[in-house]
Design a protein around this ligand. Structure first.
Ligand SMILES: Cc1cc2nc3c(=O)[nH]c(=O)nc-3n(C[C@H](O)[C@H](O)[C@H](O)COP(=O)(O)OP(=O)(O)OC[C@H]3O[C@@H](n4cnc5c(N)ncnc54)[C@H](O)[C@@H]3O)c2cc1C
Length: 418
């Protein structure tokens, strides 16, 4: 793609910098709804890197509806594990029993669970195949190195020396977004001093679709059910929050020490456990951006907001951005408006900014409330959890929020066409 455009060619309509889940979902959402728009994706990562990601993500019901509407769900569903219920506990790491304070279960509609676990490679693979089928060019191994926004188009310079023109540039380049910095958009950022250890665990007995969130003093320890492996092994994904120094010690230290610490948190209810993949820890922080837009530029996904994984909502927020941006610019294009114009992008920002700030603050408060061992605070939060447990309508409200189907949800996330 990069070599094809010459000065005489018409500019691209949308150039997306970043071919992660959110960049690809944005490209597919726009192109599928408005095939006449010329859409391309440029990704800095070398070809094939995405196939080495062993992690999995919790996808809320709304994100699954969107993937279905985008023609990706058939390629994902066979590999996706429905989360049928969830339990929440609050205890000390050494406690032999973890009393359950809160349970969630049920479906958002008949036959539709509130979330699924999907392996990251299956998700990216399905989005990439759909992008290619729609004729979207994906250039890999090349970063956007700079750009100049003009009155009608933005000139985008790639690291290989090629320049492209586009009416709208979308920054989907992750939480440390260079495009955001180049546009001069300020952020409010703080580190939690915690890291998320992610690994896949095999266990003897089946999980029956149950997810568990154990609030421990260093941070939440989540057990998320996965589809059995090719050999039929029962598996779960672990997202384990620890203080950063402890997390580094655990992932780089002795395997036996790691397994003992893991077993203390995981328990033996599912029988013997073993770790399937290489361990990694991600430093956790909160990043809120002062703006989602700049001249002819829109931020989506982690480039627009980085949040704590305590509620497994980061990627789900990113899919909401993708759906909202696509809906905004497709409608603008249908009305003959300039898709990169300030008033069009302002509509996108108004739609998404409040929701992401709200989710960022909610995850921040939850993390501060639960990641500590203060006795009176523990009593208060456990009373709170117990109250929610006894109020079915409040629980229903929380399930609806977690499924991403709250008010103001973009059409694609409701499973509708734009
Ligand atoms: C431990 C952990 C567990 C999580 N679990 C969940 C979960 O269960 N559910 C959930 O919803 N979310 C979860 N998240 C959050 C989720 O992983 C992120 O929100 C998601 O990866 C963001 O996707 P993205 O496409 O915005 O960014 P990324 O996945 O970071 O992709 C950015 C892309 O941009 C490319 N890029 C970078 N710079 C440039 C450049 N200059 N030019 C071109 N391309 C560039 C990169 O190569 C990359 O492909 C978790 C996060 C962590 C840390």
């Amino acid at each position: 793609m990069a070599k094809k455009q010459t000065a005489a060619d018409r500019p691209l309509d949308v150039l997306i910098a970043g071919g992660g889940y959110v960049g690809l979902a944005t490209a597919v959402s726009i192109k599928q709804s408005r095939p006449s728009l010329a859409v391309a994706v440029v990704d800095a990562a070398p070809a094939g890197v995405w196939e080495k990601d062993t992690r999995a993500s919790a996808l809320a019901a709304a994100a699954c509806r969107m993937l279905d509407r985008l023609g990706c769900w058939d390629g994902i569903s066979l590999e996706a594990q429905a989360i049928t219920d969830m339990i929440v506990t609050d205890s000390r790491t050494s406690d032999p029993i973890r009393p359950v304070f809160l349970t969630f279960g049920g479906e958002v509609a008949p036959g539709e669970p509130f979330a699924h676990m999907v392996s990251n490679t299956v998700l990216t693979g399905a989005l990439r195949r759909r992008a290619e089928a729609l004729g979207i060019d994906i250039v890999e191994g090349v970063a956007v190195s700079s750009f100049d926004s003009g009155p009608a188009v933005t000139k985008v310079h790639l690291a290989d020396g090629v320049s492209l023109q586009t009416r709208l540039l979308v920054a989907a380049d992750g939480v440390k977004s260079r495009l955001r910095a180049m546009a001069g958009i300020k952020t409010v950022t703080w580190e939690y001093g915690q890291s998320g250890i992610v690994c896949t665990v095999r266990h003897e007995r089946p999980h029956n679709g149950r997810a568990e969130e154990h609030f421990l003093p260093a941070g939440p320890f989540a057990i998320l059910p996965l589809k059995p492996g090719r050999d039929g092994a029962n598996r779960s994904s672990i997202v384990w929050t620890e203080r950063t120094a402890d997390a580094e010690r655990l992932v780089s230290g002795d395997e036996l020490v790691f397994e003992v610490e893991l077993e203390q948190r995981f328990g033996l209810k599912l029988g013997e456990i073993s770790v399937e993949d290489k361990l990694r820890a991600w430093p956790l922080g909160l990043t809120l951006t002062r703006s989602f837009i700049a001249p002819r530029l829109a931020l989506v996904g982690d480039a627009a907001h980085g949040i704590h994984p305590i509620a497994g909502q980061g990627l789900n927020l990113g899919f909401k951005d993708a759906a909202a941006l696509a809906e905004t610019i497709v409608e603008a294009d249908r009305l003959g408006q300039d898709i990169g114009a300030e008033d069009v992008l302002e509509r996108y920002q108004q739609w998404r900014r409040f929701d992401t700030v709200q989710m960022g603050i909610t995850t921040d408060v939850l993390n501060r409330l639960f990641s500590n061992d203060l006795g009176p605070l523990r009593q208060m939060r456990d009373i709170g959890l117990g109250l929610v447990e006894r109020m079915p309508r409040l629980k229903e409200f929380f399930i609806r929020q977690a499924s991403g189907l709250s008010d103001g949800t973009p059409r694609l996330l409701r499973g509708e066409v734009i």
